[in-house]
Structure formats: structure tokens, C-alpha cells
Ligand binder design. Structure first.
Ligand code: ASP
Length: 311
């Protein structure tokens, strides 16, 4: 079986601007295809995931790396995680500033003894690795924040896809790859919810937001607190690893999330090559490559929906 790839660019309320939707689709399809080509060339799942996260972190439309949302104090603090399913190892950074690719720090930490570093520690690591200082703040994100400041921070969360629709509430990026040899890996990278308190910790660099075993891998996006309360990525992955059918694991986990009124989405892959996605939110910006065709979840109806593209 050839490689499989699924990526996301966030989940949240509806994209009202159809032009915005078309542009998001085009960008996600182009990136998922680039990751697929790399996997087809024989690269390992973890390397393809890091590459895919870098591409998405570079895209200012998405709330990760360049174009991350600003926190309550007008600063960007990003979090990212990488998990290699083959060796079942998670590494990550929480609330790092002034780097272009938080996923690179997570990738470096795969080989470290201390594998998840927070603010000061992650900045120290960036300095040790001599990563160039990078300002991820875009003009649009700064304008959004200035607007919120003028409104005395009435909104609970920033518009996390950079687009004209001020209500759009999506962001975070995620990549899941099954390589040619059946190895799985997953990465998630985020600027957070936006407008949050200094020191708030996202789900991204926890097993709730990013988790993988040799049998399955999942990345989540949406309200981090909801994702953590369901421990969602680990919940789905462990159910599948314990032998539950992927479609049953997905249905059961999303039924629980819906009953608990959670607001998020998730993407995943199984060792057997099944592509999985699901959401409780209005939209999930996900795209996948089956090895034959490209597909996405952009036209799905609002509310809880899920899908499995069988191998
Ligand atoms: N899950 C991210 C967080 O809560 C935000 C997002 O996915 O949009 O930090």
C-alpha cells in the first residue's frame, strides 16, 4: 500500500466568505499534495509530518507559525508537538516566541531526554540551536488585536483564520502521515485560541491534541480546553490500538464529545490505511490524499459529522 496523508488548518464557525473557502481549499490541496509526493519518494512518516507542518506554519492564513493569533497582551506564543507512532514518542514546545517553525523544536526534542519544554526552556533551546529570530506577527493579526483592544476584549477567542470574516474561529494546523512502510506520525502546531491569558496551555503539545501508536495517529483542533477534557486524540488512538474498529472508535468518541457539548475537530490515520476525520464544530478545514485522489471536508454540513475513507 502507498502512503496516506491528511492535514487540517483548523476547525470552528462557518466561513461565510466563499472566496475565502475556495482559497483555503486551494492552499490545503496544494500542501497535502506536496506532503504526499515526499512520502511517495520514500521519506519516513515523521520527516513528512515535520515538512508538512513547516509548510502550514509558513502559510499566514493559518493560526500557526507566521500568522499566529495574538494573545491578550498582544504577543504571539506558539505550541507544537510531534509524535512518532512507530516508537510511540511525543515531543513538543509550549508557548514559544520568535521562531518561524515551532515544529522544528519539537522535532529536535524527539531525541532528547526532556521532551516537552515550556516558554523559557523552549526559547533557550531555540538559542542553543542558533535558530534565527523570527517575528510571526502579520499586519492582519495585529489589526485584529487592535480592534479587540478598542472593543475592550469582548470576544472570547480570536478569528484564527486570517480572512475578512471576523467571526471565523479556526486555526491550528495538523498533519498525519502513513508512510510507504506503514509507519505513522502526527504533528500539531498552533498560535493558541487567541486573546488568552498569558501562560494558558494549549492542547496541542499534550496527548489530548496529538497522539500516535503503531496502530493509529490523531491530531485535534478547536477549543483546547474541550479537547483536553475529552483527552480526544489519545482516546481515539487507544480505542483503535485496543482493537476497536476505526469507525466505531470515531463514532463512540464523537458521540461522547457531542453529548458533552464540545467544540472541536480531529483527523487521523490507521496503520491499515484508513483515513479518519470528524468534528462537532461548524466546519473542519481538512484535506487528504488517498494515493489516488485528493479530498476535503470543507463542504460538510454544520454540527457533528465524521468520515472514514477505507484503505
Ligand atoms: N486547539 C487550539 C488551542 O486551544 C486552538 C485551535 O485549534 O484553533 O490552543
Amino acid at each position: 500500500m502507498g502512503p496516506k496523508v491528511i492535514i487540517h488548518g483548523g476547525a470552528g464557525s462557518a466561513l461565510h466568505d466563499q472566496g475565502g473557502l475556495a482559497a483555503v481549499r486551494q492552499e490545503l490541496h496544494a500542501i497535502v499534495d506536496q506532503i504526499y509526493q515526499r512520502a511517495k519518494g520514500g521519506h519516513r512518516a515523521v520527516d513528512c509530518v515535520v515538512y508538512g507542518c513547516q509548510l502550514l506554519e509558513d502559510a499566514p492564513r493559518f493560526n500557526a507559525g507566521y500568522g499566529s493569533v495574538l494573545q491578550s497582551d498582544g504577543q504571539v506564543r506558539m505550541s507544537a508537538a510531534l509524535m512518532d507512532g512507530q516508537i510511540q514518542r511525543l515531543s513538543g514546545v509550549i508557548n514559544v516566541s520568535r521562531v518561524a517553525h515551532p515544529i522544528d523544536l519539537a522535532a529536535h526534542l524527539q531525541g532528547a531526554e526532556d521532551r516537552v519544554l515550556s516558554d523559557v526552556g523552549s526559547m533557550e533551546l531555540a538559542r542553543e540551536l542558533a535558530l534565527p529570530l523570527f517575528d510571526p506577527i502579520t499586519d492582519l493579526r495585529l489589526r485584529e488585536w487592535m480592534q479587540e483592544r478598542a472593543n475592550h476584549f469582548q470576544r472570547a477567542m480570536a478569528g484564527v483564520v486570517a480572512e475578512p470574516d471576523p467571526q471565523a474561529r479556526r486555526g491550528t494546523i495538523g498533519v498525519v502521515v502513513r508512510d510507504r512502510d506503514g509507519r505513522l506520525a502526527v504533528g500539531t502546531s498552533t498560535g493558541g485560541k487567541g486573546l488568552e491569558r498569558i501562560g494558558r496551555v494549549s492542547d496541542a503539545a499534550t496527548p489530548a491534541g496529538t497522539y500516535a501508536t503503531p496502530q493509529a495517529a490523531v491530531s485535534c483542533t478547536g477549543i483546547g480546553e474541550d479537547i483536553i477534557d475529552e483527552c480526544f486524540a489519545a482516546r481515539v488512538v487507544i480505542r483503535i490500538s485496543d482493537g476497536m474498529a476505526p469507525e466505531t472508535a470515531l463514532a463512540k468518541s464523537f458521540a461522547e464529545a457531542t453529548a458533552n457539548q464540545r467544540d472541536f475537530g480531529a483527523i487521523g490515520l490507521t496503520q491499515g490505511g484508513d483515513i479518519l476525520w470528524g468534528k462537532t464544530s461548524d466546519v473542519l478545514l481538512a484535506a487528504y490524499h488517498t494515493g489516488e485522489t485528493l479530498g476535503d471536508t470543507l463542504d460538510q454540513p454544520h454540527g457533528t459529522q465524521m468520515g472514514r475513507i477505507a484503505a
